[in-house]
Design a protein around this ligand. Structure first.
Ligand SMILES: O=C(O)CCC(=O)C(=O)O
Length: 276
């Protein structure tokens, strides 16, 4: 369809363990992005509480809960689709929390819930990360309609697992959301590379809001929130400060590209059936 466009914003912030402060910063940036014309606005991973694992449990909330109500009412007031990055979710019957992404419609309703599937249990530059100590992995891929576009949900480390994004693309995703808090060490070498690869191989827009700066535990996050088009071109990115990347997503262009350069359609799934 010609003329199908969406103005999207990927918000960049440097969250602290203080939920009230993070909410003030997020709200101001969401309002700014909406005033600049964005109708699809996305927050980064763990935007409401980040940087000190000792306080994660006490800052976790059920879904729906106070933070999802806040996001829903802001989406309704501003008349936008709002991707709530991710928050710490208290999951009934589980010791561990969810690292959970939510999507709201302009009427304030919660239209999708996705729990981070791939947990960041790695060692990098001598530092050990063990996300699974606090977080339980999700078990489902989620794509949802956001007005004229279909958005595929994911969180941060998920970006290293192309199978998830291929599944989302096959379910109709035209925008792949990757809210993140990438480490500085991995970000400088892999962040843009991975985002552009996911965009090119799935012929989809990538909307990647990110945490930046030094966290309460001393860890540095990479920032460089980014919007990438289906050809792999970076349309907008953020410098090292609070702000947002803003770009128009042209779904007519995406459809033309998928028709003229049909690499998605040229897949040979029979050859890769050993994958699963
Ligand atoms: O994949 C990476 O390099 C960073 C991932 C990460 O920081 C996370 O998932 O929290």
């Amino acid at each position: 369809m010609e003329g199908r466009t969406v103005c999207a914003a990927a918000i960049q912030m440097s969250s602290t363990p203080d939920r009230g402060e993070n909410r003030r910063v997020a709200e101001a940036l969401i309002r700014e992005a909406a005033a600049a014309g964005a109708t699809l606005v996305a927050l980064p991973e763990l935007w409401s509480c980040h940087g000190l694992e000792e306080v994660y449990r006490e800052n976790a909330e059920p879904i729906p809960g106070p933070t999802t109500e806040f996001l829903g009412s802001l989406a309704r007031e501003l008349g936008i689709y709002l991707l709530g990055g991710s928050i710490l979710e208290r999951v009934s019957g589980s010791e561990r929390l969810g690292n959970t992404s939510t999507l709201y419609a302009p009427d304030g309703s919660l239209v999708a819930v996705y729990r981070k599937v791939h947990l960041f249990d790695v060692e990098v530059s001598g530092r050990r990360y063990l996300e699974s100590a606090n977080i339980a992995p999700g078990g489902e891929a989620v794509a949802a309609k956001a007005g004229p576009v279909t958005v595929g949900l994911s969180v941060c480390y998920d970006v290293r697992f192309p199978e998830l994004y291929r599944l989302l693309a096959l379910r109709g995703a035209e925008v792949l959301a990757v809210p993140a808090a990438f480490t500085l060490q991995t970000g400088k070498d892999h962040w843009e590379l991975l985002l552009r690869a996911r965009a090119v191989e799935n012929q989809a827009y990538v909307l990647a809001p990110a945490q930046w700066g030094r966290k309460a535990d001393g860890r540095w996050t990479y920032g460089r929130s980014m919007i990438v088009d289906p050809w792999g071109t970076v349309l907008s990115t953020c410098p090292d400060r609070d702000g947002y990347a803003l770009a128009t997503l042209d779904l007519g262009y995406l459809e033309r590209l998928r028709a003229e350069f049909p690499s998605l359609a040229n897949r040979r799934p029979r050859v890769y059936r050993g994958l699963c």
